[in-house]
Write a protein that binds this ligand. Structure first.
Ligand code: MG
Ligand code: MG
Length: 282
């Protein structure tokens, strides 16, 4: 059986720059709209408008049975929430996942926001901390891709980062890492081999070398690691009702280093604390 190599050529890596930037632009369009009173459908529409205006299409709409441009997951929902008439409330923690396909190549990225709530500063602080830890673990995983020899080291770096936080400073709870949902290769398809676990596994995993492009996406909760799929057959929620956060970037390893395709700065800001400098794809 023919299996496409998981490693891309330099020309293929270059072709993935534009869909990455379009994906970033779609999430940038959502960011200023996140406030109490907006519906998740309105956020989805902003992402779709941006993707279509750049001559791309939503790769989420290419997933069988899915009709939206984003997944929007609120509070105890961690991933795969369906945008619709839900109105965001003050203090909500909101993860937005989005992807664009452009000239046959894909980008995939997710960010988490907390809706301001002046009346409940403790709630906001707790949720912002969850988002910050999740985003930090993403960058730890991305940074590891710069020097890793095997994919398993990326998951190890993500888990180490989260465990190094120990108990949450704000809530006193430990964090949970979703086990059943993982990152993935990305290229001609949004979801390709190999899987990218967000935790240590006995298997070292595939080799990390030039041409590898991964969507790294830790999904972290302020409690349980156990989730269930809601009656809509999509939304993944925590079994104990604890909050979830989700951050994701598509990242290329090339001859000169790594480049975060879904960050306009290639990941420079996020990688700086880890002493890694991204290198543009030649
Ligand atoms: Mg995604
Ligand atoms: Mg993904």
């Amino acid at each position: 059986m023919f299996r496409r190599s998981i490693y891309k050529t330099p020309a293929q890596l270059r072709a993935m720059v534009e869909p990455g930037l379009i994906t970033a632009a779609a999430l940038d369009a959502v960011r200023p709209l996140v406030r109490a009173g907006v519906t998740t459908a309105e956020l989805d529409a902003a992402a779709e408008t941006t993707i279509l205006a750049r001559g791309a299409e939503s790769n989420f709409q290419l997933v069988r049975g899915y009709r939206h441009t984003t997944c929007i997951s609120v509070n105890e929902q961690v991933v795969h929430g369906i945008p619709g008439e839900r109105v965001l409330e003050p203090g909500d923690i909101v993860s937005v996942d989005c992807g664009a396909q452009y000239q046959g190549w894909n980008g995939d990225s997710a960010v988490t926001f907390v809706v301001p709530d002046d009346a409940r500063p403790d709630l906001v602080a707790r949720r912002e901390e969850l988002s910050r830890v999740t985003e930090g673990s993403l960058w730890a995983g991305v940074a590891a891709m710069a020097s890793a020899t095997h994919i398993g080291q990326i998951g190890g770096a993500i888990q180490d980062y989260i465990e190094a936080q120990g108990l949450s400073e704000v809530s006193g709870q430990t964090y949970g890492i979703l086990r059943e949902y993982v990152g993935h290769g990305i290229g001609r398809k949004m979801h390709e081999s190999p899987s990218v676990f967000n935790y240590r596994t006995p298997d070292a995993g595939a080799e990390v070398r030039p041409g590898l492009v991964l969507a790294i996406e830790p999904m972290v909760t302020a409690g349980t690691e156990t989730t269930f799929v809601e009656d809509d057959d999509w939304t993944v929620s925590t079994i104990d009702g604890s909050d979830g956060a989700h951050w994701e970037h598509s990242v290329a390893r090339h001859e000169g280093g790594i480049w975060v395709l879904t960050a306009p700065d290639g990941g420079a800001d996020g990688l700086a604390p880890f002493g890694v400098t991204p290198v543009p794809i030649p």
